[in-house]
Design a protein around this ligand. Structure first.
Ligand code: SF4
Length: 713
């Protein structure tokens, strides 16, 4: 260990992993990050979790891509193309930047000009900066000529955002995580914050120690349950039943906030009529929670000094994910638990910049700041702002793009070429055999990344990009705080900043961009984005972020401190009222049966991040969690004649994986939990691509599988 006093330089930045947005300092010696310290940021106050503190040496990993690569002539693409990331030489050859960019951009341009604007698509990244996200979506919209641009928000909170935009008029959180200290009750639903938002979880635990009541509602009982006042381990897929029963109880027991509903809500009578059939007594056998417990929790939620809901993928990743979130909006509304400190709605955003990338317009139906592409006024404003004609039809989403890549040649919307920056759909998409087949079928695929990811094996051109500590840019955390990451290192070899690469591709698509200034013109790009999003970040100048480290939006002038709590007087909807939307039970797309009797739940774990491309190359994290595991409870292990540490094979209708099983009695009976970070046992080989109809998010949290002892991991 090299003490922080002995380093060559210290560079202030922000953690590249989760949406909590912990501020940190990189300690650099001899051009190597040797340690990381937490800083006193508003989201972390010096704290870091194991990923932020120890997960930094991926940037120095020998498998970093350092040269542009071009697929060798005659090497076919097939769905099983994934090889050893340390040895790509049988498939790719090194190239100069000029040659690689000419091929990458030139072929995209040729496909567009030959087959039309709908033939290309781009996946940007929630791991990059706001400026990269903004420029990437601008490239797709103005250069590719369509709205076929998306990113991993589609796989995480798209359904939450759909419900929030519909209900409260804004897709971001109403209250910040730190506000839990003002809450009387915290409802944590469909979230494992200790693993996925670890520093945020510490604020929840601190609040619990001071008397705040935590209610954990989740089919899996996770670590935060140790601090819970009540734990509602409801049956997987019964969220709407449970939440409607809570709303019914609030109405039935006369606990509604009538004044709030009169002044600030619409459609209450329809909601009230809809929950008539959802009494706690009727729903108890469905969700597996005693009626009296449902009523007790609903009462406490309604009457506490402030009740706040924090939720994660357990709510959103269902075919009824939007309905789940609608129920959460309805619950805070009937109880008046929104628009004041210690209350409200907080969808815990996963990636470090999934909030910012979504805000910047990296989604197919929205321009920056969630302005719909098919709104004539918005469309005209952006055509004028970008001085180019724009498509006014929403583009395809992540999973839809994969389907369109496999469309027949006669389909004018068949996706033939893609540009993927910093995303790994060959690991993160549902039903991976289908997704990999789709990637392999593209005429032209450009992948921009720091490692030879699973997705890069399907590429025609691989462009070596920069890791987070190698570039400067802003990110927006789950709390709506815009914060700055600063360059601490130079990229290795010939690797380049992503912002530079996007601009080079744009030039080869014929776009006359000219961003000036240091760090590839990042401040100038930010300033353009600020103009496009002036309704929320007018007061957040580049200089201000540099000076203050963290600025919360909405922030409408340079002396506006930002608004940590929103909807105090009005919601962001057209009429200023929260719109209550009734929801009914919609079953999961694929239920267990005799052939596939278990439920598969996928998710993350503390030490590894998403598809593992960074954390599995971070030596400390990989040492702690080196192998793929599945979790099952002790009762199920006994029934199958298994011990912890045995190998099992988990099989669905779409694929199978073999991996080691561990005992976790928080996993419900009849279910198996698998993290999706492990390429050697990719959980998404098993998952179902069925979509929520509103958010278009796949049902990662529920599909039917069989579990058998044995197999070869
Ligand atoms: Fe990084 Fe999230 Fe951990 Fe903070 S809680 S150090 S942002 S991974």
């Amino acid at each position: 260990h090299i003490g922080s006093q002995e380093v060559d330089r210290k560079v202030d930045s922000v953690c590249p992993f989760c949406g909590v947005g912990c501020l940190l300092t990189y300690n650099v010696k001899d051009e190597v990050i040797v340690s990381v310290d937490g800083r006193d940021g508003p989201a972390n106050h010096d704290r870091l979790c194991v990923k932020g503190r120890f997960g930094f040496d991926y940037a120095h990993h020998p498998q970093r891509l350092t040269k542009p690569l071009i697929r060798k002539a005659g090497v076919p693409k097939d769905a099983d193309a994934i090889g050893d990331p340390a040895d790509w030489s049988s498939v790719f050859r090194e190239a100069t930047w000029e040659e690689a960019l000419e091929l990458a951009g030139g072929k995209l341009r040729q496909l567009r000009d030959t087959h039309g604007h709908k033939t290309l698509a781009g996946f940007g990244s929630a791991k990059g900066s706001n400026e990269e996200a903004y420029l990437f979506q601008k490239l797709v919209r103005t250069g590719f000529g369509s709205n076929n641009v998306d990113h991993c928000t589609r796989l995480c909170h798209a359904s939450s955002v759909a419900a929030l935009l519909e209900g409260v008029g804004s897709g971001a959180v109403s209250n910040q995580v730190g506000d839990v200290e003002n809450a009387g009750l915290i409802l944590v639903i469909g979230s494992n914050p200790t693993a996925n938002h670890p520093v945020a979880a510490t604020w929840m635990k601190n609040a619990a120690k001071r008397g705040t009541k935590i209610v954990l509602a989740d089919p899996r009982v996770t670590d935060i349950g140790r601090y819970a006042w009540r734990t509602l381990q409801f049956r997987p897929d019964t969220d709407v039943a449970l939440l409607n029963a809570m709303i019914h109880t609030v109405i039935d027991e006369g606990l509604v906030d009538a004044d709030f509903l009169t002044r600030r809500a619409s459609n209450y009578e329809a909601l009230k009529a809809n929950v008539q059939g959802y009494s706690a007594e009727a729903m108890a056998p469905i969700c597996g929670i005693p009626a009296e417990t449902i009523r007790e929790v609903a009462r406490e939620f309604a009457t506490s000094k402030g009740s706040m809901i924090l939720w994660g993928m357990g709510v959103s990743q269902h075919v009824h994910g939007t309905d789940n979130a609608r129920c959460l909006i309805a619950l805070v509304s009937v109880t008046g638990q929104i628009g004041k400190p210690g209350s409200g709605l907080h969808p815990l955003r996963g990636q470090n910049n999934v909030q910012g990338a979504s805000d910047a317009g990296l989604i197919p139906m929205m321009l920056p700041n969630y302005q719909r592409v098919d709104d004539p006024g918005v469309h005209a404003w952006f055509e004028n702002f970008w001085e180019t004609p724009l498509d006014d039809k929403p583009g395809y989403t992540v999973v839809e793009i994969m389907h369109k890549a496999l469309a027949p040649d006669s389909d004018p919307h068949k996706i033939r070429g893609m540009y993927i920056m910093g995303e790994n759909p060959a690991m993160s998409d549902p039903d991976l055999n289908h997704a990999r087949h789709a990637l392999a079928s593209l005429d032209h695929l450009v992948v921009q990344d720091i490692f030879m990811t699973e997705t890069a094996w399907y590429a025609d051109v691989v462009l070596p990009a920069s890791a987070w500590p190698e570039k400067t840019g802003t990110v927006t955390n789950t709390d709506r705080m815009i914060q700055m990451g600063r360059r601490a290192l130079n990229p290795p070899g010939d690797a380049k900043p992503d912002l530079w690469i996007i601009q080079q591709i744009a030039a080869r698509m014929g776009l006359p961009w000219n961003y000036q200034g240091p760090e590839c013109g990042v401040a100038e790009v930010y300033e353009e984005m600020r103009q496009a999003m002036s309704a929320v970040i007018e007061g957040v100048t580049w200089e201000r972020i540099e000076r203050e480290q963290s600025v919360t939006y909405p922030c409408l002038s340079e002396d506006d401190p930002g608004q940590p709590t929103v909807f105090i007087d009005a919601f962001a909807t057209n009429d200023g009222r929260v719109k209550l939307v009734p929801a009914d039970i919609i079953p999961a797309d694929e239920r267990p049966d005799t052939e596939y009797p278990f439920v598969l739940i996928t998710g993350r774990q503390l030490e590894h991040w998403h598809t593992g491309s960074m954390t599995r190359r971070a030596s400390v994290l990989d040492a702690i969690e080196p192998i793929a595991t599945a979790s099952m409870n002790g009762g199920d292990l006994r029934k199958l004649g298994l011990d912890a540490g045995d190998v099992i094979t988990v099989k669905s209708r779409r694929g199978e994986v073999a991996l080691t099983v561990r005992r976790d009695d928080g996993t419900p009976t009849g279910a198996v939990f698998i993290p999706f970070a492990y390429y050697e046992a990719a959980a998404n080989l098993l998952t179902n691509a069925a979509l929520d109809p509103f958010g278009k998010i796949p049902e990662f949290k529920y599909c039917a599988v069989d579990v058998r002892p044995g197999g070869t991991p």
